[in-house]
Ligand binder design. Structure first.
Ligand code: PLP
Length: 405
């Protein structure tokens, strides 16, 4: 059996096929390329029971991933994160069957590790030696670290006010690091220029085809962890929307493989954004096919500060197809929710993950989530990566002073 059933790439706008055996970026019409597998052949030979005893990482699904030779796998042990019941916060918001897929314990502290592991492995396999990307922080940190492990040179450009911790991660692993006195869109232009001039591989979000495949594994894991019965609703903090596109793709592939019931509807996907940057919500409310650039975007949940996602049409398509929805949460509300989740469940989720819990609360309140539904909230990173979003208020004692009652 081959390690991967990778078949080819295709443009979701025109349907045109592209060979997967060499380095590819965007399609001819400027759309992200998607990865296709030989699902017919795979269906004959691969069954859920084959997963028993495999390593607890995303590579347990290697048949449905693009790396052809296991020797090219670059891993720090990412994936197969816990799917935890969160009954106390669930009871607090009136959702009896609420779960958290917790990406907070993954290498690099955010689920960007999934996309980086698969993206960097495949880049290595295709002979890439130098890559570049603009970032708001977590993606740059993950790609720089995995590139370091692969022996690939990484050039990372991030806004000056991207979180310090991600800057330090990139610095620690010796990548070429540049700060820009501007936004991620400015960093993007600088990367594009360097790519053109220096012949670097462009690893910007969705400008290479394989990051989606890494993030897709969250969908595969949710399916496996629930015994191949999918939940009713999955809430996802949406910036570029890579994970949302990936999760939806995963479910469609599993359905083709016959691993999940063909007759049942797929989970309703919810794109959760911050009120200070909500282009997908605005487009979804207008039933539009694409989003519009969101000017002066701002939020403490920096991972979802993406004013014009390249894959917006794919995100919206996944929302319409799954009969999901999109909604925006105020920063103050998500910060409140972050403390509530920590208090009730002992989980210090990242601000993006907190937004998802706040959204679940709101959707239960307005009846969009029904009483008996199984709901999964994706926590995409560790709260400890964001040391400045909370200010702890505590009395200062002198040595020997008695604790006030
Ligand atoms: C990047 C990021 C997101 C958004 O992910 P997309 O797939 O780009 O929508 C959410 N949460 C965190 C912590 C992130 O770093």
């Amino acid at each position: 059996m081959p390690y991967s059933y990778l078949s080819h790439l295709y443009c979701p706008k025109t349907g045109e096929r592209y060979p997967a055996g060499r380095v590819q970026q965007l399609s001819q019409v400027g759309a992200p390329l998607l990865v296709a597998y030989d699902l017919q052949a795979l269906k004959e030979t691969w069954k859920p029971a084959d997963l028993v005893g495999r390593e607890a990482s995303l590579w347990r699904y290697h048949e449905l991933l693009p790396v052809r030779d296991p020797a090219n796998v670059v891993t720090l042990g990412e994936g197969f994160t816990p799917l935890l019941p969160t009954p106390r916060v669930g009871q607090d918001m009136g959702i009896r069957d609420l779960w958290m897929k917790d990406e907070g314990i993954i290498p690099t502290g955010s689920f960007k590790a999934r996309g980086a592991a698969v993206g960097v492995s495949r880049a290595l396999e295709l002979g890439v030696s130098r890559l570049a990307m603009p970032t708001n922080g977590n993606a740059g940190a993950a790609w720089a670290l995995y590139a370091a492990r692969a022996g690939i040179e990484a050039t990372i450009v991030m806004p000056q006010d991207a979180p310090l911790i991600t800057r330090n991660e990139v610095y620690a692993c010796g990548a070429r690091l540049f700060l820009v006195d501007g936004l991620i869109s400015d960093a993007g232009k600088q990367v594009a220029q360097a790519v053109a001039e220096e012949g670097l591989f462009d690893a910007s979000t969705l400008k290479e085809p394989y990051r989606i495949e890494g993030k897709k594994t969250m969908g595969l894991e949710i399916a496996e962890q629930f015994g191949w019965r999918l939940p009713d609703v999955i809430l996802y903090p949406t910036g570029g929307g890579v994970g949302l596109i990936g999760i939806h793709k995963a479910f469609k592939e599993l359905r083709e493989l016959g691993w999940i019931a063909a007759g049942r509807p797929l989970p309703r996907l919810v794109a959760v954004q911050a009120s200070g940057c909500a282009p997908i919500v605005k487009a979804w409310e207008a039933r539009a096919k694409e989003s519009e650039f969101w000017p002066d975007s701002q939020t403490v949940a920096f991972g979802i500060n993406v004013p014009k996602p390249l894959g917006d049409f794919l995100v919206l398509e996944a929302l319409y197809e799954s009969e999901g929805c999109a909604l925006a949460i105020e920063d103050a509300e998500l910060l409140k929710e972050q403390r509530r989740v920590a208090e009730l469940e002992g989980a210090f989720v990242c601000p993006e993950g907190a937004a998802v819990f706040a959204a679940a609360r709101r959707l239960r309140e307005n009846g969009w989530i029904k009483d008996n539904e199984r709901v999964v909230a994706l926590n995409t990173g560790a709260g400890i990566k964001y040391p400045d979003t909370l200010t702890a208020d505590a009395p200062l004692l002198q040595p020997g002073e008695r604790l006030p009652r």
